[in-house]
Design a protein around this ligand. Sequence first.
Ligand SMILES: Cc1cc2nc3c(=O)[nH]c(=O)nc-3n(C[C@H](O)[C@H](O)[C@H](O)COP(=O)(O)O)c2cc1C
Length: 218
Amino acid sequence: MEIEEMTADDTDMGLFDAMYHCRAMRKLDTKAVPEAHLMKLVDAANQAPSGSNMQSGRWMIVRDPAVKEALAELNRAGVEAYIGPMIDNPGSLPHQDQEKRTRMMQSVLWQMEHLHELPALIIACMDFGVKADAAMMARGGGSIWPGIQNLLLAARALGLGAAPTTLALQDQAAVAKVLNLPETMGAFCLIPVGYPLGKFGPVTRKPLSEILRFDQWD
Ligand SMILES: Cc1cc2nc3c(=O)[nH]c(=O)nc-3n(C[C@H](O)[C@H](O)[C@H](O)COP(=O)(O)O)c2cc1C
């Protein structure tokens, strides 16, 4: 199917269904995803708002095995640094019960081992127009994450698995080298996309009673 032919009507999933069932899906099949679907995801991301409507978001779809390998190596370094201390510390992530915590860590480790085999890695970037520094990167997030969430919801609606990840992108100079980014661009999120091996299901979140107050906090 050509991208021009795909409209929101091609999916019958309601918006709220998609929002409430948009789990981070890390275990993905190696089966290729049609290019039109990948482009549709980026098109959905591109509909999101940005500060002053600057539209500085830039998106890359990585399918080249060598580029995927290089990103997988960066991810491995990030995951090992993050997960290592958590495995040694049973008190980490105390907001999640032991079973969920173990399941999440196992899926992060699965993704680390298989990232290079997954059909497509979408990289959410921003082009600042001038050399990007840390302060710009910190401020810029607000204008790229709405697009990332749009992309995740669109993937869910199309029956594709996806997960937002950042651990591969900690060394921006290394990422820029792998992706041949100009110095005006920063990379914010790496989203592996493919057909899910795991099951879609509802997300588990804190109750409103914990996270919502009216008018005054205390
Ligand atoms: C800013 C941000 C960074 C994240 N970085 C990673 C990451 O590097 N690796 C990873 O496996 N998941 C990453 N995630 C996914 C979260 O772990 C996931 O969204 C969270 O555990 C909720 O999962 P659920 O939607 O399946 O309940 C990230 C999510 C966000 C919003």
